[in-house]
Design a protein around this ligand. Structure first.
Ligand code: ATP
Length: 457
């Protein structure tokens, strides 16, 4: 669909799903705010992940670790040394770019892990801004945001905003294992903000400098890691499909050897067919081996092994990590759900109807209560219906404008059910329920409304 991204970003702004941060100051390029509907949608994405990864399992537990960790963590993890992107500057217009993202440069598709020598700048890269071909040599640029802890600004007080949530699970591994009394194989899951000083943020909420991740570290016995890796790849792929992404828009991509992160034995990305990149990463599922636990043991001097009672021995578990982005998943769900069609109007003609065919689980608002008109007899009746449903689901009450227009507004943000209260309701104690995708309407007693909706939501 031509202009799909424009349709999504304009819908997101117009309806307050997501928009530029600090807009009154001209906006901050890589920061975005989620408005009333966006915050619901985002929470639903995170809840769906938590439900599938933690609640429905007995082998994964949760964690909420600090964003600012000991700076030693990033020495041990390797991020201080190798979490870099190759930065170049155009010699003509002086704009800066990620060398491996320039048109005309052949480099591994993604990742921050390749060093400057793998970026071949001799293939006539082109400046996306001015079209010239001359650049500075690539230099490695560390993506971590640095700040200072406490009142004194000096190197001794330097700390970093975490660039991934994963290290929380590694440094807390021994504590969590003992308090949860879980046996390997088991996992630790976390949802939270991460920060990367990306050279070229963009494509709406696809690449930001402040974003949210949903990561799980699954600790397994060495030797069983490859099987568990395959298991998690399939689990995670299914999660996206079950929440509504169309199968033809989702694919798996194996990382090439020269693209693998410094800690990874094998990584498979789940990719989505984003309109702006063709295929773009939604989630990476890596076999991180025992790299992180061993590094933290080396740097902290603490024993990071697990005691396997059945085998009566200690070992460093291997780790399988499904690492997803909340914002990217949300963007993919929005894009995939966007539909435009010609719909019949009340007057017998047709008009364009745009709607979000979001899954029931993800829809920001589940039910809208719409009195036919703003009227002193209808309002209390409609309010009473609203009170019934709002106790169960996130609901909206709207009595402004024509009923047709109000349906369109709900369709556009993916509300699965609209409940209309009209003058007949005062007599027959029944309401009309309209379903979003089919626009089919059904009349039922108010007394049955909650049960009817509960069966469908
Ligand atoms: P990319 O190659 O796109 O930079 P990555 O391979 O560095 O991503 P990971 O380190 O595997 O990403 O992070 C796991 C997930 O976190 C990604 O799949 C993505 O969904 C999300 N993510 C990473 N960086 C960003 C970002 N700058 N903005 C939004 N989401 C991000």
């Amino acid at each position: 669909m031509a202009g799909l991204m424009e349709a999504i970003t304009s819908l997101a702004k117009r309806r307050g799903i997501a928009f530029q941060s600090s807009e009154i100051y001209g906006g901050l390029r890589s920061s975005w705010d989620y408005g009333p509907l966006g915050v619901e949608l985002k929470r639903n994405v995170k809840d769906a992940w938590w439900r599938s990864m933690v609640q429905l399992r007995d082998d994964v537990v949760g964690l909420d670790a600090a964003i600012i960790m000991s700076p030693r963590v990033w020495e041990a993890s390797g991020h201080l040394e190798v979490f870099t992107d190759p930065l170049v500057e155009c010699l003509n217009c002086h704009q800066r770019f990620r060398a491996d993202h320039l048109p005309g440069v052949h480099a591994p598709q993604s990742g921050h892990e390749e060093d400057e020598t793998t970026v071949d700048m001799h293939e006539r890269p082109t400046c996306p801004n001015c079209g010239h071909h001359d650049f500075t040599d690539p230099r490695n640029f560390n993506l971590m945001f640095k700040t200072h802890m406490g009142p004194v600004v000096d190197e001794a007080n330097a700390v970093y905003l975490r660039p991934e949530t994963a290290q929380g699970m590694f440094v807390d591994f021994v504590t969590i294992q003992s308090v949860s009394r879980k046996k390997v194989p088991f996992g630790i899951a976390q949802i939270g903000k991460s920060f990367r000083n990306e050279i070229t943020p963009g494509n709406f909420i696809f690449r930001m400098r402040e974003f949210e991740q949903m990561e799980m570290e699954f600790f397994v016995e060495p030797g069983t890691d490859e099987q568990w890796h395959d298991y998690w790849i399939e689990q995670r792929r299914r999660w996206y499909l079950d929440l509504g992404l169309r199968e033809e828009n989702v694919r798996l991509r194996e990382h090439d050897a020269d693209e693998l992160s410094h800690y990874s034995k094998r990584t498979v990305d789940i990719e989505y067919r984003f309109p702006f990149t063709d295929w773009g990463e939604l989630e990476g599922i890596a076999n991180r081996t025992d790299f992180d636990l061993k590094q933290h043991e080396k740097f902290s001097g603490q024993d990071m092994t697990y005691f396997d009672q059945d085998r009566d021995e200690r070992y460093h578990p291997y780790v399988i990590e499904p690492a997803a982005g909340v914002d990217r998943a949300l963007l993919a769900f929005l894009i995939d759900a966007y539909r435009e069609e010609e719909a019949p109007t009340a007057k017998g003609g047709t008009e364009k109807r745009a709607y979000l065919a979001l899954s029931r689980e993800l829809a920001p608002v589940k039910v809208a209560v719409l009195p036919l008109s703003r009227n002193e007899r209808l309002t209390p009746e409609a309010r009473a219906v609203f009170d019934l449903v709002k106790a169960e689901w996130m609901c909206d009450y709207d009595d402004a404008g024509s009923i047709g227009r109000r349906y369109r507004r709900q369709d556009e943000v993916g509300t699965p059910y609209c409940v209309t209260v009209d003058f007949d309701t005062l007599e027959d104690r029944a309401v009309t329920v309209r379903e979003r995708d089919s626009m089919a309407q059904e009349r039922l007693p108010v007394a049955n409304l909650v049960t009817y909706l509960a069966e469908r939501l």
